[in-house]
Design a binder for this molecule. Sequence first.
Ligand code: LLP
Length: 433
Amino acid sequence: PISSEINESKKLVVGGCQLSELAKKYGTPLYVLDELSLRTACKTYISSLNKHYPGKSLPLFASKANSSLAICAVISSEGFGLDAVSEGELLTAINGGVKEKDIVFHGNNKSQDELNFAYSNNVTIVLDNYHDIELLKNIASDNKPAKLMLRFTPGIECHTHEYIRTGHLDSKFGFDPDELKSILEELKTYKWANLTGLHAHIGSQIFEVQPHIDLAGVMADALKLAKEIGHPVVDLNLGGGLGIKYVQEDNPPSIEKWVEIISKAVVNACRERNLDLPRLMCEPGRSLVANSGLTIYKIGAKKVVPGVRTYLSVDGGMSDNPRPITYQSLYSACLVDKPMNTNFEKVTIAGKHCESGDVLLKDFLLPSCESGDFLAVFGTGAYNYSMSSNYNRIPRPATIIVGKGLAELTQRRELPEDLLQLDVLPDRFIPKN
Ligand code: LLP
């Protein structure tokens, strides 16, 4: 899905840049973001929404998938708003040029400081629970009401990894559906609260479409209720969740198809209930950015366990991509300078961290390779950098954006010294002589 090609010297090129050249220039591991793929995904969302839900939609980028100034600048220039869940993501969005009115602020445990920041920047706040309301009472005033959406748990099950399911009733996110009426009535009594929308999100990496069709119905019921109670609700936000193809077996619907289905579902559900069409919001994260990213690693040590497995170790691992160890996620990869080689062997790509489970690809068929070869792992544009850590005090990789033959740094590589910067050694630990 990333727009790649193989050049005359049979080397892999993305965004007009030969990947092995990038690896040599910027070092490895290296996150590479292809601007054209990202813009194409944005344009596909926008044009599909315009086609199936004309004139009344705002897609938001779920920035938890990959938050950086450069990505915020790209998605906002394509007409996207943004979903943020922390002051850090809010700050990145605002500095990356996303308009405050197009930002929604989520979270099941927002702090007073975060809410102050969101409110004073006129960002839409998604009420998740009563605690949010108590904290907002401290700041929102009747003459400057807080712009709010209400998140509730829709009670919809979907088949994805247990850790990334959010719509079922036993979820930490959102108001329980049984509380919906009373919370809507309570909000009506607060002049400082301006409820403009409803939100629900059912999970991530979803391939089925029925859960989102069901969600449209559940949300239209909630919309009807909110209007009956007298709220000026104009936005219906169906969250994100569209899955992507990481490996051959994955079979997600296309962005176009998904947008068509959710649009029609909302239109039908509203017609059935005699409701004016709300503005339709959705919050794609993974399906917007995952496939525009890849990670280049350098292969180092090789260990053959006779009759069992061949391990090839790379210079990154679970600190730059914690998804395999966290969710047993599968990835695809290829050798950047031998993409056409058909002399396959079965290998296991291990990271360099002190954990046996630090494996990026298990029993994967790769052209025979040697130490020093560069490996590209695909689909790492979402939930890699954003979930990265410094485990084993390994610095985070750099990110570069490529397009039309140009490569530009968007995040510099961390250095071991950067990590020391945050340490403070109390004087009494410093040896006296
Ligand atoms: N909106 C809300 C409220 C969300 O909680 C999420 C994801 C999204 C939108 C975007 O969902 P997407 O379109 O990316 O599926 N770390 C996990 C994924 C966690 C998703 C959390 N919420 C992973 O690496 O698979």
